[in-house]
Design a protein around this ligand. Structure first.
Ligand code: SF4
Length: 98
């Protein structure tokens, strides 16, 4: 049931955000630490990035969204952050390649 809810929410969000093809740096949330990875304000708090890359993403508990708490350092952390970016259902995670 949880999976069905997640899939339905993801589809609804994709439809609602039609036309969005990548994270928008102009909508970046303020908690992100400086660096190549960031999140914007379109996060739906699905928890996926925090599960995939727990060293890089954490939750802003008051408002309920994810942000980058630490830029990935090792090859493994970079791979996790990139997997999180690709997996994000709302394309909230950006990588500007800095
Ligand atoms: S995967 Fe995307 S939508 Fe889900 S919590 Fe992370 S940034 Fe938010």
């Amino acid at each position: 049931m949880l999976l069905m809810n997640f899939i339905q929410q993801t589809i609804s969000t994709k439809i609602a955000s039609k036309g969005k093809i990548m994270a928008d740096k102009d909508l970046m949330t303020p908690e992100n630490v400086p660096g190549r990875y960031y999140t914007d304000s379109t996060c739906i708090d699905c928890d996926l990035c925090r599960q995939i890359a727990p060293k890089s993403f954490t939750r802003q508990d008051e408002s309920g969204y994810s942000y980058v708490c630490q830029q990935p350092q090792t090859a493994g952390e970079i791979a996790q952050a990139e997997e999180a970016r690709i997996s994000c259902p709302t394309e909230t995670i950006g990588n500007d390649g800095e």
